[in-house]
Design a protein around this ligand. Sequence first.
Ligand SMILES: Cc1cc2nc3c(=O)[nH]c(=O)nc-3n(C[C@H](O)[C@H](O)[C@H](O)COP(=O)(O)O)c2cc1C
Length: 187
Amino acid sequence: MSNEVLKAIQYRRTVNQNSFTDQDISKEDIVTILEAANAAPTHKRTQPWRFVVFQKEGLNRLGAELARIYKTTTPAEKYTEVAEQNMAKKATMSKVAIAIIVNYTGDVPEWEELAATACAVQNMWLAAHSLGIGGYWATPGLINHLGPFLDLAGNQKCVGLFYLGHHESEAREPVRSPIEEKVRWED
Ligand SMILES: Cc1cc2nc3c(=O)[nH]c(=O)nc-3n(C[C@H](O)[C@H](O)[C@H](O)COP(=O)(O)O)c2cc1C
């Protein structure tokens, strides 16, 4: 790879909580990651991304809420105590969790605001990677029940939780089918 940006794009990976270390993420790094999100492209500059940052005790509250939602929304025949505990652990094993929210303005089609928010997440992911911090975008069905906890307005939707931590996982290139299969050239 020829430069740092291309390298970061190739080596950014999903890093899950099992690989996170105990090292804290500094406030400065969190702000750098959020500023990267805020630099994402956006039609009509609606800047639809919103974030709620959980750290320290906030992670325990998030974990407890995820476990509570799991317990109250999972049919009895599918419920397991282990799954309930694992749901909470996703938050408590992370150093930071960022709720990803789309703020729909109505000024552009909804899909464009969702797309802009996804661009913001990729920016965060790359910024985190460049700081030695791994990220994991999780989209369990439970996020559809997080509205009251996150204090979302009627035009806002949570589209995931971005879990972050310093980590010890090996750098890996992506596993993808060849780009040639996904492109048609017209000369
Ligand atoms: C919109 C979106 C939602 C995702 N949701 C989940 C999820 O709920 N659980 C999960 O394990 N991974 C989730 N992922 C991560 C993907 O599984 C991961 O990006 C994919 O396996 C490729 O790995 P890489 O990120 O290391 O390239 C999500 C990724 C995206 C872009």
